[in-house]
Design a protein around this ligand. Structure first.
Ligand SMILES: Nc1ncnc2c1ncn2[C@@H]1O[C@H](COP(=O)(O)OP(=O)(O)O)[C@@H](O)[C@H]1O
Ligand SMILES: [Mg+2]
Length: 426
C-alpha cells in the first residue's frame, strides 16, 4: 500500500525509516520531509495543513494510509476532513478526531477530562478575564512554585513555572491582559507544582484497546545537567530504567485505562497515538499532559525498539483489531543525542555544510533540520539538525555509542548534550 507521512522532523524520519521496512509498504511519501526522509521515501512539497492539496495528492497517488507526525494537522481536524470527504473517507488517518486532538490543543479541555474521569493530575483552577479576581486570590494562596499554562498551543512555550507570588501575578497579567501568547493565553490553567521525576508513556489505540509502546524519557533543556533554555528536546532514552513492572501497572490501571474509557464515555473518536506526559511522585503516576501524537525525539528511540511491523499495527488501529496484537519490544536499550545548530534554541545559524558520518550496526542517523541546497550539498536548515540513535545491551553502552558517533563531527558548529540518560544509569 502507499503511505503518506506528514511532517519534516526527526520523528517523521524515524517513522519513515520504520515504515519503509514494512512488507506492506509500497510507495512511501513524506510531506514536506527533509534530506534524510528523501533516502527512504519520496519527499512531497506540501504543507501539513493544506488539506485541499492533500486531497489531490492522495487521490493521484492512491494513498491508503496517512500518518500525521505532529499535532498541527490533527488539531486542525485532518481526521474529520478525511472522513467527511467522498474521495478520502476510505483512507485511515492515524490520529484522533478534531475533538480528541483537543486533549493536546487545550490544556483546559484536558484538565476537565482528567478530573471527570478521575485520572490523577495536579489540582488546578482555570482563569479567564471573567474570574480574574478569583484567580489572583487563588494564586496568592497557592504554595510555591506555581505552574501557569496558556490554554492553547504556544509552540511549547506556554508553560511558565513561577517561584514567587509576584512573578505569578505578573505572568497571569501578561498572559490574560497582554495576550502574551495571543488567543492561546486568553484562558490560563494554574496548577499545583508536582515534584517528582518525569517520563513519557505512549500507546497506540483503536479507541477501545491499546498497545503500550516502549517507555521513554526526553531531555528538554539545552545544556548538560538540565540547565539553560527549554528546547524541543535534546535527547531521549528508552526504556526508562525506573519504569518497573509495578509502576507500569499503576500507569495502566490509573491512567491509560481510565483515559480510554473516558474517550468512549464522552464519545470522542480516537484512533492513533496517545502521549502521556507523566510525573512520578513518590512512586505514584500523575498526568501532566496529553499529546495527540508521538514525541520528538522520543520516537527516535521508541521506533527502533519496536519489532512489530508498524504498518500492520496501524492497519489494526483502522480496523479496530489492535487487541489481536502484542507488542514485541527489542531488549536492547536506545539513546538518541540531538545535534543542534549554534545559537539554538534562540536563533540557530543555518546553512552549514553537513558531512554524514558512517553508521555501524545499531546506529541510526535521523535527520531533522537538513536539506539539499542549490549546489547539491547537504546543509543545516533548522535548530535541531540530526538525531544520533544507538542501541546497545544496556543504556550506558548505548549512550557511549551515540556520543562516540556524534563526536565524529557532522557539521562545524554542532552542539549536543553529553549527559543524555546519565541521570538514570545504574
Ligand atoms: N504541575 C506541574 N508540576 C511540575 N512541573 C510541571 C507541571 N506541569 C508542567 N510542568 C513542567 O513543565 C513542562 C511543560 O508542561 P506541559 O504541560 O508538558 O506543557 P507543554 O509540553 O505543552 O509545554 C513539563 O514537561 C514539566 O516539566
Ligand atoms: Mg510537554
Amino acid at each position: 500500500m502507499n503511505i503518506l507521512i506528514l511532517g519534516s522532523g526527526g520523528r517523521e524520519h524515524a517513522f519513515a525509516w520504520k515504515i519503509a521496512q514494512s512488507k506492506w509498504c509500497d510507495k512511501l511519501f513524506v510531506a514536506p520531509g527533509n534530506a534524510g526522509t528523501a533516502d527512504c521515501a519520496t519527499n512531497v512539497n506540501m504543507k501539513v495543513s493544506d488539506f485541499t492539496a492533500m486531497e489531490k495528492f492522495c487521490v493521484e497517488n492512491k494513498i491508503e494510509l496517512v500518518l500525521p507526525g505532529g499535532e498541527e494537522a490533527l488539531v486542525k481536524g485532518i481526521y474529520d476532513y478525511f472522513l467527511a470527504n467522498e474521495n478520502l473517507k476510505h483512507i485511515p488517518v492515524i490520529g484522533p478526531s478534531k475533538l480528541g486532538a483537543e486533549l493536546e490543543g487545550s490544556k483546559s479541555f484536558a484538565k476537565k477530562f482528567m478530573v471527570k474521569h478521575k485520572i490523577p493530575t495536579a489540582a488546578y483552577l482555570e482563569i479567564t478575564k471573567q474570574n480574574l479576581e478569583e484567580g489572583k486570590k487563588y494564586l496568592q494562596q497557592s504554595s510555591l512554585p506555581i505552574v501557569l499554562k496558556a490554554d492553547g498551543l504556544a509552540a511549547g512555550k506556554g508553560v511558565v513555572i513561577c517561584n514567587s507570588h509576584e512573578e505569578a501575578l505578573q505572568e497571569l497579567h501578561a498572559m490574560i491582559n497582554d495576550a502574551k501568547f495571543g488567543e492561546a493565553s486568553a484562558k490560563v490553567v494554574v496548577e499545583q507544582f508536582l515534584s517528582g521525576i518525569e517520563m513519557s508513556v505512549f500507546v497506540l489505540t483503536d479507541g477501545k484497546n491499546t498497545l503500550i509502546l516502549p517507555t521513554a524519557k526526553d531531555y528538554k533543556r539545552v545544556g548538560d545537567g538540565d540547565t539553560g533554555l527549554n528546547t524541543g528536546g535534546m535527547g531521549a532514552i528508552s526504556p526508562v530504567p525506573f519504569a518497573t513492572k509495578e509502576l507500569m501497572q499503576k500507569v495502566k490501571t490509573q491512567i491509560i485505562e481510565p483515559t480510554i474509557l473516558g474517550l468512549q464515555k464522552d464519545e470522542i473518536v480516537y484512533k492513533g497515538f496517545i502521549y502521556f506526559g507523566l510525573m512520578i511522585v513518590g512512586g505514584e503516576p500523575f498526568t501532566i499532559e496529553y499529546n495527540c501524537r508521538m514525541g520528538d525525539p522520543e520516537t527516535e528511540v521508541v521506533m527502533p525498539r519496536i519489532e512489530n511491523d508498524l504498518v500492520e499495527l496501524m492497519m489494526a488501529v483502522a480496523l479496530n483489531k489492535i487487541e489481536d496484537f502484542t507488542l514485541i519490544e527489542n531488549q536492547k536499550a536506545a539513546c538518541t543525542v540531538v545535534l543542534a545548530a549554534k545559537g539554538y534554541p534562540t536563533d540557530a545559524e543555518i546553512g552549514e555544510e553537513i558531512i554524514i558520518q558512517k553508521a555501524e550496526a545499531d546506529e541510526i542517523i535521523f535527520h531533522a533540520g537538513t536539506k539539499i541546497n542549490a549546489q547539491n550539498k547537504m546543509v543545516t536548515a533548522g535548530g535541531r539538525v540530526l538525531m544520533i540513535t544507538a542501541l546497545e545491551k544496556d543504556l550506558n553502552l548505548a549512550r557511549n555509542k551515540a556520543i562516540t558517533l556524534a563526536n565524529k563531527g557532522f557539521f562545524k558548529h554542532q552542539l549536543f548534550r553529553k549527559d543524555i540518560g546519565q541521570d538514570v544509569c545504574e
